[in-house]
Design a protein around this ligand. Structure first.
Ligand code: CP
Ligand code: NVA
Length: 301
């Protein structure tokens, strides 16, 4: 069973193949309409369940479109509308769904939910974001970096802001793809200790960004964070906003990334998001291509 649960639990050689296949599949579709079928229809005859226990725009649409382009079929399920949201166990849900579908993608809260789904499913399970990680996003981000600026190996990537789930997958990727990752943010919002050793900390954002090849940020308040923390987080993170002044410390050809959705002029200014360094919409597009390659990896097709 080939699940895609996290970047650190997937072989580096498989991660490399996924990126390369994503780029090749993207190139093969050049000039086609979004709904056009891929030539080889690798998911023909396959049914995919997409389960969401949290909101989503990119993950929902990119997985759905990706399956259809490859000739498969999808069902998009809201966790709240399933018996899962009303007391049925994850293990029973996994065993039942495995009788109907060939692949399960789930976006959920606790990582334990994802792991239990994977343990009891007899079909591959893909992590579409948990409170702890967001591996599909970072596969799209590595693909986007390499399309624009070549191999990410040995490059300097700087994360400015909250040490959250998206950062965690960047930390896992730093080891697997061999790039240097610097975290700059306030100490109370440091990444979880399990990630120690995968990145370095520089509290001064200007010093952190000096010579960066890539600057990344994300929302200051994630979906699993209590809204009551909003004001405190804004006060803690204001000094880590990605603005033109901060970007001026990076390399001239540095890229700026944000997984989106963004709160414009909080974690990043519109001048950066819409400026010459920004590749935020390429990242969003590449969710589609990278995830198609992830699904093929999981299904062995
Ligand atoms: N970046 C991302 O996962 O976006 P959605 O929450 O819209 O899926
Ligand atoms: N850190 C954000 C990412 C959203 C795609 C969250 O978990 O809400």
């Amino acid at each position: 069973m080939t699940h895609f649960l996290d970047i650190h639990t997937t072989d580096a050689s498989d991660l490399r193949s996924i990126i390369d296949n994503g780029i090749a599949m993207k190139q093969a579709r050049a000039g086609k309409t979004k709904g056009a079928l891929d030539a080889d229809l690798p998911l023909a005859g396959h049914m995919v369940a997409l389960i969401f226990e949290k909101p989503s725009t990119r993950t929902r649409v990119s997985f759905d479109v990706g399956v259809r382009q490859m000739g498969g079929q999808t069902m998009v399920l809201s966790g709240a509308d399933m018996q899962l949201g009303h007391g049925e166990t994850i293990a029973d849900t996994a065993r039942v769904l495995s009788r109907y579908v060939d692949l399960i993608m789930i976006r959920t809260f606790e990582e334990a939910t994802l792991l239990e789904m994977a343990e009891y499913a007899s079909v591959p399970v893909i992590n579409g974001l948990t409170n702890r990680t967001h591996p599909c996003q970072i596969m799209a981000d590595v693909m986007t970096f390499e399309e624009h600026n070549g191999p990410i190996k040995g490059k300097k990537v700087v994360w400015s802001g909250d040490g959250n789930n998206v950062f965690a997958s960047f930390a896992h990727a730093a080891k697997q793809f061999e790039f240097d990752l610097v975290f700059t943010g306030p100490e109370p919002l440091d990444p979880e200790p399990a990630l120690d050793g995968l990145y370095t900390i520089e509290r001064n954002p200007d010093a952190a960004v000096a010579g960066a090849d890539l600057v990344v940020t994300d929302t200051w308040v994630s979906m699993h964070d209590p809204q009551s923390a909003r004001e405190r987080r804004h006060n803690q993170l204001r000094g880590y906003q990605v603005n033109d002044e901060l970007m001026s410390h990076a390399k001239d050809d540095a890229l700026f990334m944000h997984c989106l959705p963004a709160h414009r002029d909080d974690e990043a200014t519109s001048s950066v998001m819409d400026g010459p360094h920004s590749v935020i919409f390429d990242e969003a597009e590449n969710r589609l291509h990278a995830q198609k390659a992830i699904m093929r990896h999981c299904l062995g097709v």
